[in-house]
Design a protein around this ligand. Sequence first.
Ligand code: NAD
Length: 474
Amino acid sequence: METFGHVIDGEEGPSLDGATFDSVDPWTQEPWARVALGGAPEADLAVTAARRAFDEGPWPRMGFAERGALIHRLADLVGVHAEELAMADSRDMGKPIADARGKDVPRTAQNFRFFADHARLAMAEALPMDTGHHAYTRYEPAGVVAAVAPWNFPLMLESWKVAPALAWGNTVVLKPAEDTPASATILARLALEAGIPPGVLNVLHGYGPDSAGSALTEDPRVDRITFTGESGTGRTITGAAARNLTPVSLELGGKGANLVFADADLDNAVDWSIKAIFTNAGQVCLAGSRLYVQRPVLDEFLARFVAAAEALVIGDPRDPATQIGPLASRTHYEKVRGYVENSAGKILTGGLGEGWVVKPTVVVDAPADSAIMCEEVFGPVVTVTPFDTEAEAVGAANDSPYGLNAMVFTEDLSRAHRVSAQLRAGTIWTNCFFVRDLRAPFGGFADSGWGREGGNFSREFFTEPKAVVMAIRQ
Ligand code: NAD
Protein backbone atom coordinates (compact mmCIF):
# COMPACT_ATOMS: atom_id res chain seq x y z
CA MET A 1 0.00 0.00 0.00
CA GLU A 2 1.14 3.52 -0.68
CA THR A 3 1.40 5.94 2.23
CA PHE A 4 0.50 9.60 2.37
CA GLY A 5 1.36 11.85 5.31
CA HIS A 6 0.46 15.34 6.38
CA VAL A 7 2.79 17.93 4.91
CA ILE A 8 3.46 20.51 7.63
CA ASP A 9 6.25 23.07 7.55
CA GLY A 10 7.94 21.35 4.64
CA GLU A 11 8.00 17.88 6.22
CA GLU A 12 5.80 14.95 5.29
CA GLY A 13 4.95 12.84 8.32
CA PRO A 14 2.48 10.91 10.46
CA SER A 15 0.03 12.12 13.07
CA LEU A 16 1.38 12.69 16.58
CA ASP A 17 -0.35 9.52 17.81
CA GLY A 18 0.42 7.56 14.65
CA ALA A 19 -3.28 7.20 13.73
CA THR A 20 -4.07 6.37 10.11
CA PHE A 21 -7.02 5.64 7.86
CA ASP A 22 -7.23 3.74 4.59
CA SER A 23 -8.30 5.10 1.24
CA VAL A 24 -10.43 2.51 -0.54
CA ASP A 25 -10.36 2.09 -4.30
CA PRO A 26 -14.07 2.04 -5.17
CA TRP A 27 -13.55 -0.23 -8.19
CA THR A 28 -11.68 -3.01 -6.36
CA GLN A 29 -13.30 -2.09 -3.02
CA GLU A 30 -9.87 -2.71 -1.46
CA PRO A 31 -7.70 -0.22 0.45
CA TRP A 32 -4.91 1.06 -1.77
CA ALA A 33 -3.34 3.75 0.43
CA ARG A 34 -2.71 4.37 4.13
CA VAL A 35 -3.05 7.97 5.19
CA ALA A 36 -2.17 9.94 8.34
CA LEU A 37 -5.34 10.67 10.31
CA GLY A 38 -5.12 14.14 11.78
CA GLY A 39 -7.21 15.89 14.39
CA ALA A 40 -6.98 19.01 16.49
CA PRO A 41 -3.26 18.61 17.38
CA GLU A 42 -2.21 18.31 13.72
CA ALA A 43 -4.52 21.18 12.71
CA ASP A 44 -2.81 23.27 15.37
CA LEU A 45 0.64 22.39 13.99
CA ALA A 46 -0.42 23.10 10.41
CA VAL A 47 -1.91 26.50 11.26
CA THR A 48 1.14 27.35 13.37
CA ALA A 49 3.39 26.55 10.40
CA ALA A 50 1.26 28.55 7.96
CA ARG A 51 1.05 31.45 10.44
CA ARG A 52 4.83 31.55 10.87
CA ALA A 53 5.44 31.31 7.12
CA PHE A 54 3.09 34.23 6.64
CA ASP A 55 4.22 36.41 9.53
CA GLU A 56 7.95 35.84 9.22
CA GLY A 57 8.69 34.09 5.93
CA PRO A 58 9.58 35.41 2.48
CA TRP A 59 6.42 34.32 0.64
CA PRO A 60 4.10 37.31 1.26
CA ARG A 61 7.02 39.71 0.84
CA MET A 62 8.15 38.46 -2.59
CA GLY A 63 7.34 40.33 -5.75
CA PHE A 64 4.60 38.95 -7.98
CA ALA A 65 7.10 37.96 -10.66
CA GLU A 66 9.26 35.91 -8.28
CA ARG A 67 6.27 34.23 -6.65
CA GLY A 68 4.66 33.68 -10.03
CA ALA A 69 7.79 31.98 -11.36
CA LEU A 70 7.69 29.47 -8.49
CA ILE A 71 3.99 28.82 -9.10
CA HIS A 72 4.71 28.27 -12.80
CA ARG A 73 7.42 25.81 -11.79
CA LEU A 74 4.81 23.98 -9.72
CA ALA A 75 2.53 23.90 -12.78
CA ASP A 76 5.43 22.44 -14.78
CA LEU A 77 5.89 19.72 -12.16
CA VAL A 78 2.16 18.96 -12.23
CA GLY A 79 2.72 18.26 -15.93
CA VAL A 80 5.77 16.09 -15.27
CA HIS A 81 3.88 14.10 -12.60
CA ALA A 82 0.57 14.08 -14.49
CA GLU A 83 0.27 10.31 -14.55
CA GLU A 84 0.94 9.92 -10.81
CA LEU A 85 -1.60 12.63 -10.00
CA ALA A 86 -4.23 11.27 -12.37
CA MET A 87 -3.80 7.77 -10.99
CA ALA A 88 -4.08 9.02 -7.40
CA ASP A 89 -7.48 10.62 -8.01
CA SER A 90 -8.64 7.62 -10.04
CA ARG A 91 -7.64 5.15 -7.29
CA ASP A 92 -9.12 7.33 -4.55
CA MET A 93 -12.55 7.96 -6.08
CA GLY A 94 -13.00 5.83 -9.19
CA LYS A 95 -12.67 8.68 -11.66
CA PRO A 96 -12.17 7.38 -15.22
CA ILE A 97 -8.47 7.73 -15.95
CA ALA A 98 -9.21 9.39 -19.31
CA ASP A 99 -10.93 12.25 -17.47
CA ALA A 100 -8.25 12.54 -14.81
CA ARG A 101 -5.51 12.61 -17.47
CA GLY A 102 -7.32 14.63 -20.08
CA LYS A 103 -9.22 17.15 -17.97
CA ASP A 104 -8.47 17.35 -14.24
CA VAL A 105 -4.68 17.38 -14.32
CA PRO A 106 -4.29 19.80 -17.27
CA ARG A 107 -6.87 22.11 -15.71
CA THR A 108 -4.93 21.99 -12.42
CA ALA A 109 -1.78 23.19 -14.16
CA GLN A 110 -3.85 25.82 -15.95
CA ASN A 111 -5.28 27.08 -12.64
CA PHE A 112 -1.77 27.61 -11.25
CA ARG A 113 -0.57 29.36 -14.40
CA PHE A 114 -3.67 31.51 -14.73
CA PHE A 115 -3.66 32.82 -11.16
CA ALA A 116 0.11 33.41 -11.15
CA ASP A 117 -0.25 35.52 -14.29
CA HIS A 118 -3.46 37.18 -13.18
CA ALA A 119 -1.91 38.39 -9.92
CA ARG A 120 1.20 39.67 -11.70
CA LEU A 121 -0.75 41.54 -14.38
CA ALA A 122 -3.72 42.76 -12.30
CA MET A 123 -4.27 46.51 -12.22
CA ALA A 124 -5.12 48.38 -9.04
CA GLU A 125 -7.30 51.47 -8.84
CA ALA A 126 -5.69 54.91 -8.89
CA LEU A 127 -8.20 57.57 -7.83
CA PRO A 128 -7.14 61.19 -8.43
CA MET A 129 -9.32 63.24 -6.06
CA ASP A 130 -10.50 66.77 -6.71
CA THR A 131 -9.59 67.79 -3.13
CA GLY A 132 -5.87 67.86 -3.80
CA HIS A 133 -5.40 64.26 -2.71
CA HIS A 134 -4.54 61.07 -4.51
CA ALA A 135 -5.97 57.68 -3.48
CA TYR A 136 -4.99 54.24 -4.62
CA THR A 137 -5.67 50.61 -3.69
CA ARG A 138 -3.18 48.03 -2.51
CA TYR A 139 -4.26 44.38 -2.61
CA GLU A 140 -2.38 42.82 0.27
CA PRO A 141 -2.38 39.13 1.14
CA ALA A 142 -5.07 38.20 3.64
CA GLY A 143 -2.90 35.82 5.70
CA VAL A 144 -3.48 32.16 6.48
CA VAL A 145 -6.04 30.46 4.24
CA ALA A 146 -7.87 27.29 5.28
CA ALA A 147 -8.90 25.45 2.11
CA VAL A 148 -11.40 22.63 2.66
CA ALA A 149 -12.06 20.55 -0.43
CA PRO A 150 -14.52 17.90 -1.65
CA TRP A 151 -13.80 14.54 -3.28
CA ASN A 152 -15.39 14.86 -6.71
CA PHE A 153 -12.62 16.77 -8.53
CA PRO A 154 -9.99 16.42 -5.82
CA LEU A 155 -6.83 17.88 -7.32
CA MET A 156 -8.53 20.30 -9.69
CA LEU A 157 -10.76 21.93 -7.05
CA GLU A 158 -7.87 22.09 -4.59
CA SER A 159 -5.85 24.00 -7.16
CA TRP A 160 -8.81 26.35 -7.73
CA LYS A 161 -8.34 27.43 -4.08
CA VAL A 162 -4.60 27.02 -3.57
CA ALA A 163 -3.53 28.77 -6.80
CA PRO A 164 -5.14 32.18 -6.16
CA ALA A 165 -4.35 32.00 -2.43
CA LEU A 166 -0.65 31.46 -3.17
CA ALA A 167 -0.51 33.89 -6.08
CA TRP A 168 -1.76 36.70 -3.84
CA GLY A 169 0.87 35.93 -1.20
CA ASN A 170 -1.08 33.92 1.36
CA THR A 171 -0.04 30.74 3.09
CA VAL A 172 -2.38 27.76 3.04
CA VAL A 173 -3.55 24.78 5.07
CA LEU A 174 -5.31 22.47 2.64
CA LYS A 175 -7.63 19.79 3.99
CA PRO A 176 -8.58 17.38 1.21
CA ALA A 177 -11.68 15.24 1.55
CA GLU A 178 -11.06 12.03 3.47
CA ASP A 179 -12.11 9.95 0.45
CA THR A 180 -9.47 11.58 -1.77
CA PRO A 181 -6.34 12.35 0.22
CA ALA A 182 -3.55 11.23 -2.13
CA SER A 183 -3.24 13.94 -4.77
CA ALA A 184 -3.08 16.72 -2.14
CA THR A 185 0.02 15.20 -0.55
CA ILE A 186 1.62 14.75 -3.98
CA LEU A 187 0.83 18.40 -4.77
CA ALA A 188 2.49 19.56 -1.54
CA ARG A 189 5.58 17.45 -2.32
CA LEU A 190 5.74 19.08 -5.75
CA ALA A 191 5.35 22.57 -4.27
CA LEU A 192 8.44 21.97 -2.12
CA GLU A 193 10.31 20.57 -5.13
CA ALA A 194 9.35 23.70 -7.06
CA GLY A 195 11.03 25.84 -4.39
CA ILE A 196 7.91 27.16 -2.66
CA PRO A 197 9.13 27.67 0.93
CA PRO A 198 8.22 25.28 3.76
CA GLY A 199 5.04 26.22 5.60
CA VAL A 200 3.51 28.00 2.58
CA LEU A 201 1.42 25.02 1.42
CA ASN A 202 0.54 22.61 4.23
CA VAL A 203 -1.68 19.56 3.84
CA LEU A 204 -3.73 18.25 6.74
CA HIS A 205 -5.54 14.92 6.45
CA GLY A 206 -8.56 13.82 8.42
CA TYR A 207 -12.31 13.86 8.68
CA GLY A 208 -14.60 16.88 8.88
CA PRO A 209 -16.78 17.09 12.00
CA ASP A 210 -14.99 16.84 15.38
CA SER A 211 -11.76 16.19 13.53
CA ALA A 212 -9.16 17.94 11.38
CA GLY A 213 -11.78 19.90 9.38
CA SER A 214 -13.59 21.45 12.31
CA ALA A 215 -10.37 22.16 14.22
CA LEU A 216 -8.96 23.96 11.19
CA THR A 217 -12.03 26.05 10.43
CA GLU A 218 -12.56 26.97 14.12
CA ASP A 219 -8.98 28.22 14.54
CA PRO A 220 -8.99 32.00 15.18
CA ARG A 221 -5.52 32.31 13.59
CA VAL A 222 -7.05 31.53 10.17
CA ASP A 223 -7.76 34.65 8.08
CA ARG A 224 -9.84 33.14 5.25
CA ILE A 225 -11.82 29.93 4.81
CA THR A 226 -12.52 28.71 1.30
CA PHE A 227 -14.83 25.73 1.30
CA THR A 228 -16.32 23.55 -1.41
CA GLY A 229 -18.75 20.83 -0.43
CA GLU A 230 -22.28 20.19 0.71
CA SER A 231 -24.60 23.04 1.64
CA GLY A 232 -25.14 21.59 5.14
CA THR A 233 -21.38 21.52 5.80
CA GLY A 234 -21.21 25.08 4.49
CA ARG A 235 -23.68 26.14 7.16
CA THR A 236 -21.63 24.47 9.92
CA ILE A 237 -18.39 26.06 8.73
CA THR A 238 -20.04 29.46 8.45
CA GLY A 239 -21.11 29.15 12.10
CA ALA A 240 -17.51 28.50 13.14
CA ALA A 241 -16.26 31.34 10.95
CA ALA A 242 -18.83 33.75 12.37
CA ARG A 243 -17.52 33.23 15.89
CA ASN A 244 -14.07 34.35 14.73
CA LEU A 245 -15.35 36.87 12.15
CA THR A 246 -13.37 34.99 9.50
CA PRO A 247 -14.49 35.69 5.93
CA VAL A 248 -15.75 32.55 4.18
CA SER A 249 -16.21 31.63 0.55
CA LEU A 250 -18.66 28.79 -0.05
CA GLU A 251 -19.06 26.76 -3.23
CA LEU A 252 -21.88 24.38 -2.39
CA GLY A 253 -24.33 21.96 -3.90
CA GLY A 254 -26.43 22.27 -7.05
CA LYS A 255 -29.43 20.91 -8.90
CA GLY A 256 -28.77 22.29 -12.36
CA ALA A 257 -31.72 22.85 -14.69
CA ASN A 258 -31.15 22.10 -18.34
CA LEU A 259 -33.74 23.68 -20.68
CA VAL A 260 -34.06 22.27 -24.20
CA PHE A 261 -36.34 24.38 -26.41
CA ALA A 262 -38.03 23.00 -29.51
CA ASP A 263 -35.89 25.21 -31.75
CA ALA A 264 -32.62 23.78 -30.35
CA ASP A 265 -30.01 22.01 -32.44
CA LEU A 266 -30.96 18.59 -31.06
CA ASP A 267 -27.65 16.88 -31.84
CA ASN A 268 -25.84 19.54 -29.88
CA ALA A 269 -28.41 19.51 -27.07
CA VAL A 270 -28.25 15.72 -26.67
CA ASP A 271 -24.46 15.71 -26.73
CA TRP A 272 -24.08 18.39 -24.02
CA SER A 273 -26.98 17.09 -21.94
CA ILE A 274 -25.29 13.68 -21.76
CA LYS A 275 -22.01 15.27 -20.69
CA ALA A 276 -23.82 17.55 -18.23
CA ILE A 277 -25.29 14.70 -16.22
CA PHE A 278 -23.06 11.67 -16.78
CA THR A 279 -19.52 13.13 -16.63
CA ASN A 280 -17.75 11.89 -13.47
CA ALA A 281 -20.76 9.57 -12.95
CA GLY A 282 -22.88 12.62 -12.16
CA GLN A 283 -20.74 13.50 -9.14
CA VAL A 284 -20.56 17.10 -10.30
CA CYS A 285 -21.95 20.13 -8.48
CA LEU A 286 -22.78 21.59 -11.90
CA ALA A 287 -24.57 18.46 -13.13
CA GLY A 288 -27.58 19.09 -15.35
CA SER A 289 -29.73 16.80 -13.22
CA ARG A 290 -33.11 18.38 -14.03
CA LEU A 291 -33.74 18.22 -17.74
CA TYR A 292 -36.75 20.15 -19.09
CA VAL A 293 -37.66 19.53 -22.74
CA GLN A 294 -40.24 21.47 -24.76
CA ARG A 295 -43.09 19.16 -25.68
CA PRO A 296 -42.86 19.18 -29.53
CA VAL A 297 -39.35 17.62 -29.38
CA LEU A 298 -39.77 15.54 -26.22
CA ASP A 299 -40.11 12.11 -27.91
CA GLU A 300 -37.36 12.74 -30.42
CA PHE A 301 -35.01 14.12 -27.76
CA LEU A 302 -35.71 11.29 -25.32
CA ALA A 303 -35.13 8.59 -27.92
CA ARG A 304 -31.73 10.03 -28.82
CA PHE A 305 -30.81 10.87 -25.22
CA VAL A 306 -31.60 7.36 -23.93
CA ALA A 307 -29.66 5.77 -26.81
CA ALA A 308 -26.64 7.96 -26.04
CA ALA A 309 -26.89 7.18 -22.30
CA GLU A 310 -26.98 3.45 -23.03
CA ALA A 311 -23.92 3.76 -25.30
CA LEU A 312 -21.69 5.11 -22.52
CA VAL A 313 -18.90 2.70 -21.59
CA ILE A 314 -19.13 1.51 -17.98
CA GLY A 315 -16.17 -0.24 -16.38
CA ASP A 316 -12.76 -0.23 -14.76
CA PRO A 317 -11.71 3.40 -14.24
CA ARG A 318 -8.16 2.51 -15.27
CA ASP A 319 -9.31 1.44 -18.74
CA PRO A 320 -8.87 4.50 -20.97
CA ALA A 321 -12.12 3.61 -22.77
CA THR A 322 -14.21 3.83 -19.58
CA GLN A 323 -16.63 6.74 -19.36
CA ILE A 324 -18.57 5.74 -16.23
CA GLY A 325 -16.78 4.29 -13.21
CA PRO A 326 -18.09 3.33 -9.78
CA LEU A 327 -19.36 5.93 -7.33
CA ALA A 328 -16.69 7.31 -5.04
CA SER A 329 -17.38 5.30 -1.87
CA ARG A 330 -19.71 2.75 -0.37
CA THR A 331 -21.48 5.46 1.64
CA HIS A 332 -22.07 7.54 -1.45
CA TYR A 333 -23.20 4.53 -3.48
CA GLU A 334 -25.77 3.69 -0.78
CA LYS A 335 -27.08 7.26 -0.90
CA VAL A 336 -27.52 7.26 -4.69
CA ARG A 337 -28.95 3.75 -4.62
CA GLY A 338 -31.64 5.01 -2.24
CA TYR A 339 -32.70 7.66 -4.75
CA VAL A 340 -32.82 5.13 -7.60
CA GLU A 341 -34.72 2.47 -5.64
CA ASN A 342 -37.21 4.96 -4.20
CA SER A 343 -37.54 7.06 -7.33
CA ALA A 344 -41.03 8.52 -7.56
CA GLY A 345 -40.92 8.47 -11.38
CA LYS A 346 -40.50 5.78 -14.02
CA ILE A 347 -36.98 4.63 -14.90
CA LEU A 348 -36.59 4.58 -18.72
CA THR A 349 -33.07 3.21 -18.62
CA GLY A 350 -30.30 2.62 -16.08
CA GLY A 351 -30.53 1.40 -12.50
CA LEU A 352 -27.94 -0.35 -10.39
CA GLY A 353 -24.85 -1.97 -11.89
CA GLU A 354 -22.10 -4.21 -10.53
CA GLY A 355 -20.27 -3.24 -7.33
CA TRP A 356 -20.66 0.46 -6.57
CA VAL A 357 -21.73 1.32 -10.11
CA VAL A 358 -24.98 3.10 -10.90
CA LYS A 359 -25.72 2.98 -14.62
CA PRO A 360 -26.71 6.16 -16.46
CA THR A 361 -30.30 6.47 -15.27
CA VAL A 362 -33.10 8.43 -16.93
CA VAL A 363 -36.28 9.04 -14.94
CA VAL A 364 -39.55 10.43 -16.34
CA ASP A 365 -42.88 11.39 -14.74
CA ALA A 366 -41.35 12.33 -11.38
CA PRO A 367 -43.58 14.76 -9.45
CA ALA A 368 -42.10 18.26 -9.06
CA ASP A 369 -42.01 17.90 -5.28
CA SER A 370 -40.42 14.42 -5.19
CA ALA A 371 -37.00 13.91 -3.60
CA ILE A 372 -35.37 12.97 -6.91
CA MET A 373 -36.51 16.29 -8.43
CA CYS A 374 -35.65 18.49 -5.45
CA GLU A 375 -32.55 17.06 -3.78
CA GLU A 376 -28.98 16.82 -5.02
CA VAL A 377 -28.52 13.13 -5.92
CA PHE A 378 -24.88 13.59 -6.97
CA GLY A 379 -24.96 10.53 -9.19
CA PRO A 380 -25.68 9.55 -12.83
CA VAL A 381 -29.41 10.12 -12.46
CA VAL A 382 -31.44 12.64 -14.44
CA THR A 383 -35.13 13.51 -14.44
CA VAL A 384 -36.77 14.55 -17.71
CA THR A 385 -39.87 16.77 -17.56
CA PRO A 386 -41.82 18.29 -20.47
CA PHE A 387 -42.79 21.96 -20.67
CA ASP A 388 -44.89 24.08 -23.01
CA THR A 389 -43.95 27.74 -22.59
CA GLU A 390 -40.79 29.70 -21.94
CA ALA A 391 -42.27 31.15 -18.75
CA GLU A 392 -43.11 27.67 -17.49
CA ALA A 393 -39.55 26.49 -18.16
CA VAL A 394 -38.01 29.44 -16.34
CA GLY A 395 -40.39 28.97 -13.40
CA ALA A 396 -39.55 25.28 -13.11
CA ALA A 397 -35.80 25.92 -13.36
CA ASN A 398 -35.95 28.56 -10.62
CA ASP A 399 -38.10 26.38 -8.36
CA SER A 400 -35.14 25.05 -6.38
CA PRO A 401 -33.29 26.00 -3.20
CA TYR A 402 -30.09 25.75 -5.26
CA GLY A 403 -28.82 28.19 -7.89
CA LEU A 404 -25.41 27.11 -9.07
CA ASN A 405 -25.90 26.86 -12.83
CA ALA A 406 -28.35 26.25 -15.66
CA MET A 407 -28.16 25.37 -19.35
CA VAL A 408 -30.28 26.70 -22.20
CA PHE A 409 -30.47 25.06 -25.62
CA THR A 410 -32.09 27.23 -28.28
CA GLU A 411 -31.21 28.70 -31.68
CA ASP A 412 -33.20 31.86 -30.85
CA LEU A 413 -30.66 34.49 -29.77
CA SER A 414 -33.18 36.74 -28.09
CA ARG A 415 -34.64 33.84 -26.15
CA ALA A 416 -31.15 32.83 -25.00
CA HIS A 417 -30.50 36.32 -23.59
CA ARG A 418 -34.00 36.68 -22.16
CA VAL A 419 -33.95 33.34 -20.37
CA SER A 420 -30.33 33.77 -19.16
CA ALA A 421 -31.35 37.02 -17.51
CA GLN A 422 -34.28 35.40 -15.72
CA LEU A 423 -32.56 32.26 -14.44
CA ARG A 424 -31.43 32.56 -10.84
CA ALA A 425 -28.08 30.79 -11.01
CA GLY A 426 -24.40 31.72 -10.90
CA THR A 427 -23.47 30.40 -14.36
CA ILE A 428 -25.73 30.04 -17.40
CA TRP A 429 -24.44 28.07 -20.36
CA THR A 430 -26.17 28.51 -23.70
CA ASN A 431 -25.71 25.69 -26.24
CA CYS A 432 -22.74 24.36 -24.27
CA PHE A 433 -21.71 23.19 -20.81
CA PHE A 434 -18.67 23.35 -18.52
CA VAL A 435 -16.81 25.90 -20.65
CA ARG A 436 -14.99 28.19 -18.24
CA ASP A 437 -13.20 31.49 -18.55
CA LEU A 438 -11.16 31.68 -15.35
CA ARG A 439 -11.69 35.45 -15.19
CA ALA A 440 -15.46 34.99 -14.88
CA PRO A 441 -17.24 34.84 -11.51
CA PHE A 442 -17.85 31.32 -10.27
CA GLY A 443 -20.29 30.59 -7.47
CA GLY A 444 -23.93 30.13 -6.71
CA PHE A 445 -27.15 31.81 -5.69
CA ALA A 446 -29.05 30.80 -2.54
CA ASP A 447 -28.08 27.38 -1.09
CA SER A 448 -25.40 26.94 -3.77
CA GLY A 449 -22.96 29.28 -2.12
CA TRP A 450 -21.65 32.49 -0.80
CA GLY A 451 -19.38 34.81 -2.72
CA ARG A 452 -17.62 34.27 -6.02
CA GLU A 453 -14.17 33.08 -7.04
CA GLY A 454 -12.29 33.45 -10.32
CA GLY A 455 -10.16 36.32 -11.66
CA ASN A 456 -10.71 39.55 -9.74
CA PHE A 457 -13.34 37.83 -7.59
CA SER A 458 -10.61 35.58 -6.16
CA ARG A 459 -8.46 38.65 -5.60
CA GLU A 460 -11.25 40.27 -3.57
CA PHE A 461 -11.47 37.21 -1.35
CA PHE A 462 -7.82 36.32 -0.90
CA THR A 463 -6.58 39.86 -0.22
CA GLU A 464 -7.17 42.70 2.18
CA PRO A 465 -7.69 45.67 -0.14
CA LYS A 466 -6.19 48.74 1.47
CA ALA A 467 -6.88 52.37 0.59
CA VAL A 468 -3.88 54.72 0.65
CA VAL A 469 -4.74 58.43 0.56
CA MET A 470 -1.98 61.00 0.03
CA ALA A 471 -2.10 64.75 0.25
CA ILE A 472 -0.44 66.50 -2.69
CA ARG A 473 1.27 69.70 -1.61
CA GLN A 474 0.17 72.57 -3.85
P1 NAD B 1 -18.77 17.49 2.26
O1 NAD B 1 -19.42 18.77 2.67
O2 NAD B 1 -19.23 16.23 2.90
O3 NAD B 1 -17.20 17.56 2.55
C1 NAD B 1 -16.37 18.53 1.96
C2 NAD B 1 -15.17 18.76 2.83
O4 NAD B 1 -15.59 19.33 4.07
C3 NAD B 1 -14.40 17.49 3.19
O5 NAD B 1 -13.02 17.80 3.16
C4 NAD B 1 -14.86 17.20 4.60
O6 NAD B 1 -13.94 16.47 5.37
C5 NAD B 1 -15.03 18.60 5.15
N1 NAD B 1 -15.94 18.73 6.28
C6 NAD B 1 -17.07 18.03 6.53
N2 NAD B 1 -17.66 18.46 7.67
C7 NAD B 1 -16.87 19.46 8.15
C8 NAD B 1 -16.94 20.30 9.29
N3 NAD B 1 -17.93 20.21 10.18
N4 NAD B 1 -15.98 21.22 9.47
C9 NAD B 1 -14.97 21.35 8.59
N5 NAD B 1 -14.84 20.57 7.49
C10 NAD B 1 -15.78 19.64 7.28
O7 NAD B 1 -18.87 17.45 0.68
P2 NAD B 1 -18.42 16.25 -0.28
O8 NAD B 1 -19.39 15.13 -0.10
O9 NAD B 1 -16.96 16.01 -0.13
O10 NAD B 1 -18.62 16.91 -1.73
C11 NAD B 1 -19.80 16.84 -2.44
C12 NAD B 1 -20.55 18.16 -2.33
O11 NAD B 1 -19.72 19.22 -2.77
C13 NAD B 1 -21.79 18.21 -3.21
O12 NAD B 1 -22.84 18.82 -2.50
C14 NAD B 1 -21.36 19.08 -4.37
O13 NAD B 1 -22.39 19.73 -5.06
C15 NAD B 1 -20.45 20.04 -3.69
N6 NAD B 1 -19.54 20.65 -4.66
C16 NAD B 1 -19.71 21.97 -4.98
C17 NAD B 1 -18.88 22.57 -5.92
C18 NAD B 1 -19.04 24.02 -6.29
O14 NAD B 1 -18.13 24.56 -6.91
N7 NAD B 1 -20.14 24.67 -5.95
C19 NAD B 1 -17.88 21.82 -6.53
C20 NAD B 1 -17.73 20.48 -6.18
C21 NAD B 1 -18.57 19.91 -5.23
